[in-house]
Design a protein around this ligand. Sequence first.
Ligand code: GAL
Length: 723
Amino acid sequence: MRMVQSFNQDWLFAPERLAHDAPDQRFKVVSLPHTNRLFTHHSVDNTAYQFASTYRKLFVLGAGMLDGRRAFIDFDGAMLVTTVWLNGQYIGTHRGGFTPFSFELTGYLTPGENVLTVYVDATESPNVPPYGGLVDYLTFGGLYRDVHLRLVEPCHIVDVFPKPVDVLTAPGLDCQIKLSQPPTDAHLTLTLTDAGGVVVARHQHAVSDEQADLSLRGLGDITLWSLDNPALYRLSVELLQGGVVSDFMEVRFGFRHAEFCPDGNFYLNGQPLNLFGLNRHQTYPFIGAAAPKHLQQLDADILKHELGCNIVRTSHYAQSTYFLDRCDEIGLLVFEELAGWQHIGDESWQKLVMDDLRAMIERDRHRPSVILWGVRVNESPDDEGFYGETNQLARTLDPTRQTGGVRNFIQSQFLEDVFTLNDFPEGIQQPLVRPHLITEFGGHLFPTKTWDHEERRVEHALHHARKHSLQRAHPDVAGAIGWCAFDYHTHKEFGSGDRICYHGVMDIYRLPKMAAYFYRSQKPPTEEVVLHAATNWTMGDRSGGGNNPLTIFSNCEAVEVFIGDEFQGRFLPDAEQYPALAHPPFTVRWPEPYNPWGTPFRDLTVRGYIGGSVAAEQRIDASHTPDRLRVSLSTDRLKPDGADLARLAVAVVDCYGNVLPYHMHPVRFSLEGDGCLVGANPLVLLGGQGACYVKSGRRAGVITVRAEVDGLASVLVRLTVGG
Ligand code: GAL
């Protein structure tokens, strides 16, 4: 039988290339995911992660563990070129940082102790995608995803690809199953279970070839996977040889029909769905790309639940399976794209792109959330030969999904199924072909920091509002995916001088800018009533003073505005400026001449109404007095694996809970328990907010963290590790 063992713990790590027999003392013990280096928030120098590291793992193969089986080491991803040695013998090299790869260890293993040595070279090699040209993101380095040891019988299951068919009429399932070799005297048992574990169908088939194409029909009532009810099914496959179960694999998938149609719309399960989303980079402050499961899941939750997106683009590479698992679970659509950025390299470089594309599709083609494969290097020139091949490969590996390929010029040759365009100019470029999807806008046209002047932060949000409104009014365009969800680290040729692109609607810690409230306000009020006045409510922050006009992001039907006790008026959504949005922002204008300078200044109160009743209220304190330090944990439970991380977010707020954006004071943290802080300590708040990460040790127990800022009461939070 298959045996899979996590290889995430007890690695020895050295930030240099050491010989196989270098003494253990030259290493330190680490757990995965691991970054080859920790960084500061700002001014990350990409040359500082460009070196080869040595990871060593000692492991014992118990007597009989191999017993005629084959052994593989599986890497979910390592950055950027990985060379594997076992017991002093060279095993192989993998080039590329975003997709999984495996090496066979059988024949090199010895009974008893084995020494696995992995060199991970994070040098930005021009021969390996995404490099070769300039790249507007950093890749960082290290064994930044999970590693497993896998023992299997010589004849084992290599891949299971469930392909739902006739989903809207008489749901059935085609199953493509690949074995490592032609089996003898073998059967495959397929069991389909629903989310509640109820068996929907079970079939057994005799097999004699390496690939089996089997079908399950007459499945009866199937719950479709949708955004509101992301129903997941499991397909379990058992391989029996001589009547004995010799291998097992299980894949989670969903029954849904997803199609971009020639009328320009995207349809999910036969219903048109306007695609509303953001791009995501997989990098974080301090830890580079080495984010564990919890942080990956958190990003998906933020995109769906906090920002109200229905789609994310994994710009510009295949992202963590933990992130994608969560997209499957919560109903967040994904446009997944191959690795690269503007540059196309030579033949061997292109071969790596093909390998990356194959690995990405084979890894993720069972996922109901993934609706489109990005088969071009983002914003690269047309190349009929190369992109003819990428399209063909995608269609062969996965006939169930359409292809897109992101370009930045409208005359680009249309080789894909969906014309996916980065549409940066004001307005919408008229589709020349259909279906047409906007895959980026905003970004470098309006970089915005959490501590920028209020007018800029509001305009940043309105830029996103305008583009989404324009897109929704355009019947030929299936949707728009803004650039981007979160601020990200970049090379010196891009960004604001501190090597950060402040293009996110959230900051690099995933904390909101004003633009985040625009996104959130597009949620249906049945999910969450949103009311956010886009202002610090000051007399003197804006040019000329005052707050005219005042923008309010809300999904309420009407708002009432008060200054102190004085009623200012009742306002309706600004459908004139944002006609096509589900919930246009409110524009509150005071009559001209407007000169509040030097007049008494009082609190702002905004009330939101739905169905004639007050559904939400926001107050902003006119004195801007810091009231308290708000501390929130993304989770209070960690795994005792030496690598789990919780985000600990802090903000200085007024007495009504509004963040005070210019309160940029240092916050000091102190931690007790088996764990550590990852981040800056003290942490200087930016835009009144910031975060660090709490990392677990290897022992179960309790970690407490105290956060303090001058002049306010300190706050203590508690995390449970294990248990
Ligand atoms: C696009 C590119 C993105 C990002 C963005 C910034 O051209 O595809 O990766 O660089 O610009 O606005």
